[in-house]
Design a protein around this ligand. Structure first.
Ligand code: ADP
Ligand code: MG
Length: 234
C-alpha cells in the first residue's frame, strides 16, 4: 500500500512537471508565431516602391531569437534535471574550480558592484567531483547571488574541511528569503524572477546528490543568504 501511494505521488509529480514544461514552452512559442506572422504581413504588404522596413524586420527577428534562446535554455536545463548525466568522479581541486569560475564571472560581478571575499583555507584537500558539473553548480549559485543583490553587495566564499567532506559556503548580502520562499527554492520551476526558469537550484541539487554530496540553504529576509555545498573528500 505504501508503494502504491508512492507511485501515485510520483505520477502526480510527473503530471505537475509536464504541465509546467508545457506552460514554459507555450509562451515563447506563441510569441515566435506572432512575430513570424507580423514578418509575413510586412513582406506581403511590401512593394518595389515601399520595401520592407529593415529596422522593423530586424526587431521582429531579434524578438524571435530571444524567445528561441529562452526555449533552448529551458529545455537544456530541464533535460539536465530530468536525466542528469552520471558524474565522472575524479579527485578535484575545488579551490581551483572556484578560482576559475570567479575569473570567468569577474566582469559581470564587477558591473553588478558585487565585492568577492575569498576565505579559502590553504591546503584544502581534494574532493571527489565531476569538474564540469561542479563548475555549473558554482556558476548557478554565483548568478543567483548576483541577482539577489541588484544594488551590489558582498559575496563571501569560504571553504571548510570536515572529516569526510569538503564544504563550500557562499554567503551573500542580498535580499534574503522568507521561510515560505526558502522552503520551495529546490522545486523545479519555482522562481520569483520575471525571467527566471526556476531550474537552477533544482539542477544544482540533482548534481550534488549524484555526487553523494548535498546542497543546503540558510536565509534571512533583508539580510542575505548562505548556500552550502558539501562534497565527499577524495
Ligand atoms: P531562477 O534563478 O531561475 O529563479 P533558481 O532555481 O536558480 O531559479 O532559484 C529559485 C529561486 O530561489 C529564485 O527565484 C529566488 O527566489 C530564490 N533564490 C535563489 N538564490 C537566492 C539568493 N542567493 N538570494 C535570494 N533568493 C534566492
Ligand atoms: Mg538561478
Amino acid at each position: 500500500q505504501a508503494e502504491a501511494l508512492m507511485r501515485a505521488e510520483q505520477l502526480a509529480a510527473v503530471g505537475r512537471i509536464s504541465a509546467q514544461v508545457a506552460h514554459e514552452v507555450r509562451n515563447p512559442l506563441s510569441s515566435i508565431g506572432l512575430n513570424v506572422e507580423l514578418m509575413q504581413d510586412a513582406f506581403e504588404r511590401a512593394t518595389f516602391e515601399s520595401p520592407v522596413d529593415a529596422r522593423e524586420a530586424r526587431e521582429l527577428l531579434a524578438a524571435v531569437t530571444r524567445e528561441v534562446d529562452r526555449l533552448t535554455e529551458v529545455t537544456e536545463q530541464y533535460l539536465r534535471m530530468a536525466r542528469p548525466p552520471r558524474p565522472s568522479l575524479e579527485p578535484t581541486d575545488v579551490t581551483d574550480v572556484l578560482a576559475s569560475v570567479l575569473d570567468f564571472s569577474r566582469e559581470e560581478l564587477e558591473r553588478a558592484h558585487v565585492e568577492v571575499v575569498r576565505e579559502l583555507s590553504p591546503d584544502t584537500p581534494r574532493a571527489l567531483a565531476d569538474e564540469g558539473q561542479l563548475r555549473q553548480v558554482f556558476l548557478n549559485l554565483l548568478r543567483n547571488a548576483r541577482e539577489a543583490m541588484p544594488d551590489g553587495g558582498r559575496l563571501t566564499i569560504a571553504t571548510r574541511v570536515h572529516d569526510h567532506e569538503l564544504e563550500v559556503a557562499l554567503q551573500d548580502t542580498g535580499r534574503g528569503m522568507s521561510e515560505a520562499e526558502r522552503s520551495r527554492i529546490f522545486e523545479p520551476f519555482f522562481t520569483t524572477k520575471e525571467d527566471g526558469t526556476g531550474l537552477g537550484l533544482a539542477v544544482c541539487q540533482q548534481i550534488l546528490k549524484a555526487h553523494g554530496g548535498a546542497l543546503s540553504c540558510q536565509s534571512e529576509p533583508g539580510r542575505g543568504t548562505t548556500f552550502s555545498v558539501r562534497l565527499p573528500r577524495a
